[in-house]
Ligand binder design. Structure first.
Ligand SMILES: Nc1ncnc2c1ncn2[C@@H]1O[C@H](COP(=O)(O)OP(=O)(O)OP(=O)(O)O)[C@@H](O)[C@H]1O
Ligand SMILES: [Mg+2]
Length: 341
């Protein structure tokens, strides 16, 4: 690498983003990748009828905002639908696509964020002020309702309860059905009451199917040899970053995952040198959150060392966070091909 090149390339570890409550609130819209997601450009897989059922469910949910009016065709007053819709399913079956389509179709003031972004909002503003800000919204869309932390579960179920009571409707996606949230992760039984209270207000739709990204989990994330890596780094667009993988993991530990969104903001590509298998679960979970944000922004990854799809140890893949890791693998495979979808 020439010294000019070195100047043009930055390092991730030199970025230490800060994010205020107002900034988080301003970002509560679907990621760029889903800005044109609609029910019409979601193509249900005929082999998995639950996909078209999910489309119907979202369409039906949207109908809930249509004025019932007093016209000829509205003699029968439909039973009010549940205030919540919960799309549960494997990775890459289009859950986020459908959630974004719902958000785009919803009237009025509405929000779209990941579970982690909502908890970050509460962290930044405080519970009362966060509820105050969201109150009055027609729709609160929550992507990736994943529970890693019992405290967050309590806070989120309490907030959703309050918002639903004040007239908002809530739609969520997850890799885990609501009654199984927390299983294998923390003492779910301690929170069953809260989780059940919440799930009784949601209609749950299970979406089956294949990873739409069409990259089977058996596929490999591209890993380059050292010479190829250096050559690829030279070709990266200005503003890309190059770092040692281990240094990135250490850096991620110093930043709250809610700020990863800003950490990756504006990056065309990142290069990770000497990827190696992760031994600590906390590092693994941070990497998952980081990959999620890279995926939202479709940031290309160039890597050397262990292929990124093999960074999670077998015991991790067999544990309570299995689905999270598999999803991250699917996303890393997509981002290292150079042609993410
Ligand atoms: N049936 C479909 N028709 C059209 N596009 C789809 C369909 N399913 C998924 N996609 C597209 O494939 C990509 C992956 O889908 P999406 O991210 O919505 O899946 P997901 O279920 O949320 O996955 P994950 O578990 O990784 O969050 C997106 O670009 C999405 O727009
Ligand atoms: Mg998703």
């Amino acid at each position: 690498m020439t010294s000019d090149q070195k100047l043009a390339l930055a390092r991730l570890v030199d970025r230490s983003p800060s994010l205020s409550g107002t900034e988080i609130a301003a970002q509560l819209v679907p990621p760029r990748q889903f800005q044109h997601a609609t029910l019409d450009n979601y193509v249900p897989d005929a082999d998995y009828p639950s996909q078209s059922e999910a489309v119907d469910a979202v369409r039906g949910f949207l109908q809930g905002w249509k004025p019932s009016g007093g016209g000829l065709f509205s003699r029968r007053k439909a039973t009010p639908p549940l205030p919540g819709l919960y799309l549960d399913g494997g990775f890459g079956v289009g859950k986020t696509h459908l959630l974004a389509a719902l958000w785009h179709g919803a009237p009025g003031r509405k929000y779209f964020g990941t579970f982690i972004e909502y908890t970050a909002l509460i962290g930044a503003l405080g519970y009362q002020q966060a509820v105050q800000l969201l109150r009055g919204a027609t729709l609160i869309a929550i992507d990736e309702f994943e529970l890693d932390d019992p405290g967050d579960t309590m806070m989120m179920t309490r907030m959703l309860g309050e918002l639903i009571d004040s007239g908002s409707r809530v739609a969520a996606t997850s890799n885990t059905p609501p009654n199984a949230l927390g299983e294998g992760r923390f003492a779910a039984s301690d929170f069953l009451r809260e989780i059940h209270a919440m799930s009784s207000r949601f209609r749950t739709i299970r979406i089956d199917g294949l990873d739409y990204r069409r990259r089977a989990i058996e596929g490999h994330a591209v890993s380059l040899g050292n010479a190829e890596f250096d050559a690829a780094v030279k070709g990266l667009p200005r503003g890309s970053t190059v770092d040692d993988f281990g240094a990135v993991l250490s850096h991620l530990a110093t930043i709250h995952p809610s700020k990863y969104v800003k950490l990756v903001e504006g990056l065309p590509a990142i290069a990770l040198k000497d990827v190696r298998q992760i031994t600590a679960q906390t590092d693994a979970l941070r990497l998952v959150a980081f990959i999620d944000r890279l995926y939202d922004d479709q940031v290309e990854i160039v890597a050397s060392g262990t292929p990124l799809d093999q960074v999670f140890a077998d015991d991790m893949l067999g544990g309570g966070y299995r689905k999270k890791y598999l999803r991250a693998i699917s996303r890393m495979i997509a981002l290292t091909t150079g042609q993410p979808q």
